[in-house]
Ligand binder design. Structure first.
Ligand code: MN
Ligand code: MN
Length: 463
């Protein structure tokens, strides 16, 4: 009786079949490598394209110059080095709709300002402006790495990664010693460390014989020797400060992973692995990886941009569909999993969740009908009809899944790219990995949830 009528969400570890546990752990090793190789949206984009090319994907530009494509073709379209979309062309016309899984590659971090380098108190530092929703106090007193691109005066792009190799130096933001922190400790947490004090230490040796700004000059000399850059080049750069080091297993049972940028690279990786396994689908299958989600999805690399629809329009044109209706039909007939993380129940902070409706670490991939805040405001509220389809797909594929919401009613909230695709008429539901310490420099996910996210995405593409 109970089994038939009561819905329970047991531990996903207990739902594993024989031999599956090994897969969970080997899949997690691949994921950690993906995280370590892609600590920025640019690096992640490069990594995705590398893996896609290895599976026979050809570039969108090649398809355009060839002037045709056919069912079964695998195509990637890169968006300014910061996003990419993978297609496996289906038997049906694109107008009949696609199966899309959309995730984002950007993560909260500190960006360097346009004029970052200065000297103060016999130290050289870099000014930053944080990107996305960060708790500023979390970014002090830990080893940091510098990633990004900078252009020299010849217009050549120079890729920079400093702080990831064991032999590399790292960077560092200071915090106040407790002995002198009386005033600081009495402040609100949001004001204890302020944005303008997130200045990154980059050097302390003066250039011999120089009177003014000798330490800054020495830093510039070292950068010039290594990268051929001068101070003005910082004005035409995109440089990001992220925590230094690799993703690590957590727990004596190695069941979890601590790493930078799980939001949202955990869903990006799960969907990447799923799309790379698709062959000859009926409907075109799409792995969509976008930028700028953490700052509102605006700009030409964010989900609000026309990039994706322009690519669809170009592909439809090659199919012979020249009416603008083609794109609209393709979008409106599509089914989408908005692949983004959600907040798992945290026993250290139980009061922010409704225990009966929060996702838990270790119980599998999470279906989130609605996000938003204060009465679901700003949310894509998925349709019951679509949820019903997805539930049956997951149950049939023995996916360990649970339901969730982002915090209890009136506690706060958040959003994803779901509403953007839903606004075009597609059926969309948020479906991703539950996690802890979201937006912290180092975040936490469970390996079993990662694995079930992949299983869920694979089942969605296959159905
Ligand atoms: Mn996210
Ligand atoms: Mn986020």
């Amino acid at each position: 009786m109970t089994e038939n009528l009561i819905k329970k969400f047991p531990s996903a570890w207990e739902q594993l079949k024989d031999g599956e546990k090994e897969k969970v752990f080997s899949f997690s090793e691949e994921y950690k490598t993906f995280l370590d190789n892609g600590k920025t949206e640019r690096e992640s984009t490069e990594e995705i394209i590398k893996l896609a090319k290895g599976k026979g994907y050809i570039s969108f530009e090649d398809v355009i110059s060839k002037g045709s494509f056919k069912a079964g073709d695998k195509i990637y379209a890169e968006n300014k080095g910061k996003g990419v979309v993978l297609f496996v062309i289906g038997e049906e016309s694109l107008e009949r709709g696609m199966k899309i899984i959309g995730s984002h590659l950007d993560a909260p971090r500190l960006d360097l300002k346009a004029q970052p380098l200065y000297e103060d108190g016999d130290l050289a530092l870099l000014k930053t402006h944080y990107y996305g929703g960060v708790k500023k106090y979390q970014w002090v007193a830990l080893p940091l790495a510098l990633h990004g691109v900078i252009y020299n005066k010849k217009g050549e792009k120079i890729n920079i990664v400093i702080g990831e190799e064991d032999s590399d130096p790292v960077f560092y933001i200071t915090d106040l010693l407790p002995h002198l922190a009386k005033d600081q400790m009495e402040k609100k947490m949001s004001e204890g460390i302020i944005g303008e004090s997130l200045n990154v230490l980059i050097g302390s040796i003066p250039y011999n014989g120089e009177k003014d700004d000798a330490i800054k000059l020495n830093v510039l000399k070292l950068l010039n020797e290594k990268y051929g850059i001068v101070e003005e080049d910082f004005t035409v750069a995109e440089l990001e400060i992220v925590p230094a080091g690799k993703a690590r297993d957590v727990g004596i049972d190695r069941s979890m992973i601590a790493g930078h940028g799980h939001d949202d690279r955990v869903c990006a990786f799960a969907s990447l692995k799923a799309v790379l396994e698709v062959e000859n689908p009926k409907k075109t299958v799409v792995g969509l990886f976008v930028d700028k989600e953490e700052v509102g999805s605006q700009g030409n690399t964010g989900m609000e941009s026309m990039f994706f629809e322009n690519i669809i329009a170009e592909l439809l044109y090659l199919e012979g569909v020249t009416s603008h209706l083609g794109v609209r039909r393709a979008m409106a007939n599509s089914r989408v999993l908005s692949a983004d993380v959600t907040a798992g129940f945290d026993p250290n902070f139980p009061d922010v969740s409704d225990k009966r409706n929060t996702p838990y670490i270790g119980k599998g991939v999470t279906l989130t009908k609605y996000t938003g805040s204060r009465g679901k405001s700003g949310s894509n509220d998925a349709n019951a009809e679509f949820l019903s389809e997805i539930r049956n797909i997951f149950n049939e594929a023995h996916v360990a899944w649970q339901v969730g919401e982002l915090g209890k009613v009136d506690q706060g909230g958040g959003g994803t790219i779901a509403y953007i695709l839903a606004n075009k008429g597609a059926e969309v539901v948020d479906c991703g990995t539950p996690m802890l310490s979201m937006h912290a420099p180092i975040e936490l996910v469970s390996k079993i949830d990662l694995y079930n996210t992949y299983k869920a995405y694979k089942a969605f593409y296959k159905a």
